[in-house]
Design a binder for this molecule. Structure first.
Ligand code: NI
Length: 139
């Protein structure tokens, strides 16, 4: 295990109280682990803000496969970006609705563009990009 560095943090008492309530509800055992996760989350967000950094994430889509041409359009787009879309999960939610989860990995700018292109297709009921990291730049 890497050495840990201790540092002091000054904080408004009310803010600290709110933070403690939050991390207790989320199940953290102590402030340090909660703070480490917040820092990692900020670092991941910063990776996504930089165009050329390699990132990983998931794009979730919900759509009605009966909508004319929609499945084909989404399929065509996925083939256009096949190098960055490394895996796909398709779930038939009911007789009409499909859920797809696509794993995207590549430069942040391209990953954002792929998500925007897919989510904005007419007929997609809901789409969400979840950003995470390749893990290579996180400790
Ligand atoms: Ni389906």
């Amino acid at each position: 295990m890497q050495d840990l560095v201790r540092f002091g943090v000054s904080m408004n008492p009310q803010l600290l109280e709110d933070f403690d309530r939050l991390i207790k509800r989320k199940g953290y055992e102590n402030r340090s682990e909660a703070l480490r996760d917040l820092v990692r989350d900020a670092l991941v967000a910063d990776e996504w803000a930089q165009d050329t950094v390699e990132v990983a994430g998931t794009i979730t889509l919900v759509y009605n496969h009966h909508v004319s041409g929609l499945s084909e359009m989404l399929n065509d787009l996925q083939h256009d970006f096949h190098q960055a879309l490394v895996s796909t999960l398709h779930v038939h939610l009911d007789a009409h609705n499909c859920l797809e989860v696509l794993v995207v990995k590549g430069p942040a700018k391209q990953a954002r563009e792929i998500a925007d292109r897919l989510i904005s297709v007419k007929g997609v009921k809901h789409g969400k990009l979840t950003i995470t990291s390749t893990g290579q730049r996180l400790t």
